[in-house]
Ligand binder design. Structure first.
Ligand code: PEP
Ligand code: MN
Length: 365
């Protein structure tokens, strides 16, 4: 499925064609001094196109720093006047949009706690009718691709054609080294649904800690993303919000210089032929895997019939445990990771149980 959006491609609206596009600045606007001191350093970096700062901060619990509000918009203006950087901030309702437009904010973004709510997104879209401004939509905090696509559609239908998606990871119960799980399949799928919408990665909110930011950033470029929104603060340790995931402007410069920008394609003919050969090999192997899976499911159904005739339960815990340990030891001996193989086996087992349940009950499940 693709969604028909009216999009102005990134390269057309960045006159200086800075690709990857970089939006950088503090998590929150804290004071005029902090904003200007950060911006004065960031503007030295040619790779940065927009200065960001949160003015209204959506906080999980009340009592934490909730942003400086409208007053901070004057500091934004000061940054813009002094450094010439374009400025960006987060909006969550009509009032935010209106006051940002009055203060000459150049780019608006919709945060992860707002893009999750179609009522709020529609309210923002209505406030944007007839306005020509780039709008970025962060993925919703929960992994729901349709909500993300829906939010982009609502903003696009309001007439915004300078649209950006921002991948900032997803909340999860699962233990993970990241603050928000990257779940790369979501931005990849978004690219295939909305091929014209540029996607930026927000490695700060995915990583949650400075040391994981380079890894996430390189991975984003390897996934062909179009740039970054990164948090940068003149004195990250003293930041009033998200202190652990902000880089100094110097550290950000190092990061951007160290990243390897790969090309989506190349003119090198030998490379292309070799790549084609390898891709054909992958196609053949995928077909083999599909055939084997199909054959395996047919056998599972036969076992289901047999169990039914003999009145035996579908789930045989002991057999399943033995099978897992046997398959895992073979897989790891063959160089596959235990986590990966466990995931594959879980899926295969789930499908076998579903097929056997159909046989047992004589109806589709
Ligand atoms: C932010 O960019 O500071 C922010 C609050 O982000 P998110 O909406 O991704 O949590
Ligand atoms: Mn933040």
């Amino acid at each position: 499925m693709t969604v028909d959006l009216n999009i102005n491609p990134l390269t057309n609206w960045l006159t200086d064609k800075k690709i990857p596009l970089v939006i950088a600045g503090p998590c929150s606007a804290e004071s005029e001094e902090q904003m200007l001191a950060t911006a004065r350093e960031l503007v030295k970096n040619q790779k940065i196109s927009y200065f960001r700062a949160g003015i209204w901060k959506p906080r999980t619990r009340p009592g934490s720093f909730e942003g400086m509000g409208v007053e901070a918009l004057r500091w934004m203006q000061a940054v813009k006047e002094e450094t010439g950087l374009k400025v960006a901030t987060e909006v969550a309702n009509t009032d935010h949009v209106e006051v940002c437009l009055e203060h000459g904010v150049d780019l608006l973004w919709i945060g992860a706690r707002t893009s999750v709510n179609p009522f709020s997104v529609q309210e923002i879209a209505n406030a944007l009718k007839g306005v020509d401004i780039p709008v970025a939509v962060k993925n919703p905090i929960n992994p729901d691709l349709q909500l993300w696509v829906g939010a982009l559609e609502r903003i696009n239908k309001a007439g915004i054609d300078h649209l950006i998606a921002i991948h900032r990871g997803f909340s999860s119960f699962e233990k993970s080294p990241f603050r928000n799980q990257p779940l790369w399949e979501f931005p990849i799928e978004l690219k295939s649904i909305c091929p014209d919408v540029p996607i930026l990665c927000d490695p700060s909110h995915i990583a949650g800690t400075r040391d994981l930011i380079p890894f996430i950033s390189q991975k984003a470029l390897d996934m062909d993303m179009d740039g970054f929104m990164i948090e940068s603060h003149i004195n990250p340790m003293a930041a009033l919000s998200d202190a652990d995931q902000q880089l100094t402007p110097n550290a950000l410069d190092d990061l951007l210089n160290d990243l390897i920008v790969r090309l989506a394609t190349t003119r090198n003919e030998e490379f292309k032929t070799q790549l084609d050969d390898l891709r054909r090999l992958i196609d053949d192997l995928d077909e083999e895997i599909t055939q084997k899976l199909s054959a395996r499911m047919d056998v599972a159904e036969k076992i289901g019939e047999y169990k039914k005739e003999n009145n035996v339960t579908i789930l045989q815990v002991k057999r399943w445990e033995e099978l897992i340990s046997d398959r895992l030891s073979t897989a790891t001996a063959m160089g596959l990771s235990e986590d990966f193989m466990r995931g594959v086996l879980k899926l295969v087992h789930k499908e076998s149980i579903r097929r056997q349940t159909e046989v047992m009950n004589n109806q589709k499940v």
